[in-house]
Design a protein around this ligand. Structure first.
Ligand SMILES: NC(=O)c1ccc[n+]([C@@H]2O[C@H](COP(=O)([O-])OP(=O)(O)OC[C@H]3O[C@@H](n4cnc5c(N)ncnc54)[C@H](OP(=O)(O)O)[C@@H]3O)[C@@H](O)[C@H]2O)c1
Length: 256
């Protein structure tokens, strides 16, 4: 992947990983279409980094299909085309079974899963026609197991990982590349609210650098940090009984 002068659509650019990616990609010379609902943040980000390359921002709720359609039309009008889509918008809730709540499930799936599918649906026809394009979906290392209090989130990321894997195979013959990003814990607004100790919590600046390095190499899967990657793989392999015993332990409170 080459960012110089490429048009990069980036969702979830108002916070955390997306915010840092926007800053770093502007330094790479990408032409950026930044998307989120909080445009006041995007506006000040564009003012901050706009000198480096061509950057525009768009207000869009990724859970609303029509808004996604209109946003893509606007971006194509402004930039002429889209080369790379980084689908990063996401939400996470931790809730106990005592507050079992379908509206959290709906928001989680609508944002994390449909918030990617709506963009992919819009982008695929031109990508296939032009025989080029990149779809980068942000999943998570939490995509492999049913962690307590995070079932909806883990399931939404499992869905994302599987959908992207299937797309990667199908789109290969059209020269459209699909990349899955699976971070462990990264210090952002999403993890700031966690009250438990997060192993190998990584600063967002480092996370963004790893993602960009992996994208430049066209890696199929970008997973980090390595310690959590290995831990996640082990958890997938151990017997269910052992996983349940480990996962039911109280998490260590966070010391900050
Ligand atoms: N931080 C981690 O440890 C971690 C680990 C693994 C995976 N991830 C994944 O990485 C991605 C980014 O997470 P983060 O940690 O950077 O979270 P964050 O700081 O909370 O940022 C989330 C971003 O998603 C956007 N967003 C949420 N709902 C949206 C909606 N309906 N429409 C448009 N945009 C929406 C937010 O923008 P607005 O609110 O302005 O719309 C914000 O820019 C997520 O997919 C997350 O699941 C994070």
């Amino acid at each position: 992947m080459n960012f110089k002068n490429s048009v990069v659509l980036l969702t979830g650019a108002s916070s955390g990983i997306g915010y840092q990616l926007a800053k770093d990609l502007s330094l790479e010379g990408a032409r950026l279409a930044l998307i989120s609902r909080r445009t006041e943040i995007l506006e000040s980000l564009v003012n901050q980094i706009g000198g480096q390359s061509e950057i525009k921002y768009y207000k869009c709720d990724v859970t609303v299909k029509d808004e996604v359609h209109n946003t893509i039309e606007l971006i194509i009008k402004d930039f002429g085309n889209i080369d790379i889509a980084i689908l990063n918008s996401g939400v996470s809730y931790r809730s106990s079974v005592l507050n079992y709540n379908s509206s959290e499930a709906e928001t989680t799936f609508n944002t994390n899963v449909f918030g990617q599918i709506y963009f992919i649906e819009e982008l695929i026809p031109d990508f296939i026609k032009n025989k080029k394009g990149y779809i980068v979906g942000i999943s998570s290392l939490a995509d492999g197991k049913g962690f307590p209090k995070s079932g909806f989130y883990a399931a939404s990321k499992a869905a994302v990982t599987i959908i992207l894997e299937s797309l990667r195979i199908e789109l290969k013959k059209y020269n459209v590349k699909v990349i899955t990003v699976k971070p462990g814990f990264v210090r952002t607004a999403m993890t700031d609210k966690n009250e438990f100790e997060m192993p190998f919590l990584m600063d967002v600046e480092k996370g963004s650098k790893i993602i960009i390095k992996g994208l430049k190499k066209d890696k199929r899967i970008i997973e980090f940090p390595w310690q959590t990657t290995i831990g996640a793989k082990i958890l997938r392999m151990i017997p269910t009984k052992l996983f349940e015993a480990l996962a039911s332990k109280e998490l260590k409170p966070r010391t900050k």
